[in-house]
Ligand binder design. Structure first.
Ligand SMILES: Nc1nc2c(ncn2[C@@H]2O[C@H](COP(=O)(O)OP(=O)(O)O)[C@@H](O)[C@H]2O)c(=O)[nH]1
Ligand SMILES: [Mg+2]
Length: 396
């Protein structure tokens, strides 16, 4: 496949270059902002938009969630260019102004992969009457949708939901009504891990994502709102201060905390808490790129019983390629659900859907702040629909 990279001052200029070189039907594979280094020094110079594209004929059709198109570059292979994988046929549709520019957020520490400015622009174009038809609307499937579904599809794209996933969610919910809430209800799985069979709930995920804080919030919810007794086990004896942090919460909530360093200590700890309705397990945070760390946690989880819930915590504000790396690495722990943390630090929610659809995992809870126990909520189609269609947040 012939892949070309174009560098321009802004998105409009970049897209013109793509059209001129590869034709109207060209497919955008990724967009990102890059900053030139000032020659001879470390200072950063001007920011450019870098667009990677290929001719339409080279593109291999739609991608089912969970798979990757054979002939689309994989993250890493084109490390300099592939920031996220947005496939956007340029034909037949018009790009909402600024859509998918994916720039400033990346510049500000490489966090969310969609640019807030581009979303604002996209929203303004949505406001101008008929929902504008974003690139990607070329497919007959989407073109034949009612205006409400088209609008929902546009919202999803503007939040960075990958086009095949947005299409699947919207098209598969056609029969059951066209509200965003209905579409998400049909397309995704939602579950409350605290109302099933599981007694042991372990939180796993990268360092600093909010596992310990979230565990304390869950403990408080179980005790205060559901009148259940709780015990805690921490496997995180690795990080200095980690035990003390959980100890503080355990004291405040008046729950027993067991510190376990080995398999036998985990077994003994669970045994000593066997009268508790729930045992919440905090784990050591692992880098998604450190297989050994993740595997050491994997060795400790089986003693927690077959009915355990292992919830993978991910920060909603990390780059999407990172979110996928996190899911891949932590899949050895057989997670049973997802918690997205730090919702208060992002205004784009596409990554939540991308990860949920690709992993097939249920969405469970979210956190949107540091306050314990307040900043904990339950994922639901209604909540997500509100976020995806909330204009004021982005327009501020
Ligand atoms: N903004 C924000 N910060 C959070 C949230 N959850 C946790 N934090 C903060 O993230 C930092 C790391 O949290 P911690 O629970 O220690 O993460 P862990 O390493 O995964 O256990 C702490 O400063 C928390 O207060 C959240 O939802 N929003
Ligand atoms: Mg921790």
């Amino acid at each position: 496949m012939k892949i070309s990279t174009f560098k321009a001052r802004d998105m409009r200029e970049a897209l013109n270059m793509v059209k001129e070189a590869l034709g109207e039907d060209a497919v955008i594979l990724s967009t990102r902002s890059v900053r030139d280094k000032v020659k001879g020094g470390s200072a950063l110079g001007e920011t450019f938009i870098e667009v990677t594209a290929c001719p339409h004929s080279a593109q291999g059709g739609s991608v089912e969630p969970g798979s990757r198109p054979q002939n689309v570059p994989q993250p890493g292979r084109f490390s300099a260019v592939v920031d996220d994988q947005v496939e956007i046929p340029m034909s037949k549709g018009r790009l909402p102004e600024g859509y998918a520019q994916n720039t400033r957020a990346a510049k500000a520490g490489g966090k969310a992969s969609v640019d807030v400015h581009s979303i604002k622009e996209g929203l303004r174009s949505l406001d101008r009457g008929e929902p504008s038809v974003p690139m990607g609307m070329g497919s007959d499937e989407v073109a034949g949708l009612d205006p409400e579904s088209k609008r929902n599809y546009s919202w999803l794209l503007m939040h960075g939901v990958e086009e095949p996933i947005a299409r699947k969610i919207i098209v598969s919910s056609k029969e059951s009504g066209n509200s965003m809430e209905n579409a998400l209800k049909v397309g995704l799985q939602f579950r409350d891990p605290l109302s099933g069979k599981a007694r042991v709930v372990a939180l796993v995920g990268p360092t600093g994502v909010g596992k310990t804080t979230t565990l304390a919030k869950i403990a408080a919810d179980l005790m205060l709102n559901r009148q259940r007794s709780v015990g805690m086990v921490t496997l995180d004896t690795f990080r200095v201060g980690a035990v003390a942090q959980l100890e503080t919460y355990a004291k405040l909530l008046q729950v027993r905390l067991v510190v376990a360093r080995s398999l036998s200590e985990v077994k003994a700890g669970l045994h000593s808490l066997n009268r508790c309705d729930f045992v919440l397990v905090d784990t050591v945070g692992s880098s998604p790129y450190n297989r050994r760390q993740v595997n050491s946690t994997a060795g400790l989880l089986p003693v927690m019983g077959d009915d355990r819930e292992v919830i993978l915590c991910m920060s909603a504000n990390v780059r999407e390629s990172e979110q996928h790396a996190i899911h891949r690495r932590f899949s050895v722990l057989n997670p049973t659900g997802l918690i997205f943390t730090k919702l208060d630090e992002t205004v784009t929610y596409g990554g939540i859907l991308n990860v949920a659809m690709k992993s097939g995992l249920a969405l469970t809870m979210y956190t949107d702040g540091q306050r314990v126990p307040e900043n904990l909520g339950w994922m639901s189609p209604k909540t997500l629909a509100t976020w995806f269609t909330r204009e004021q947040n982005m327009m501020e």
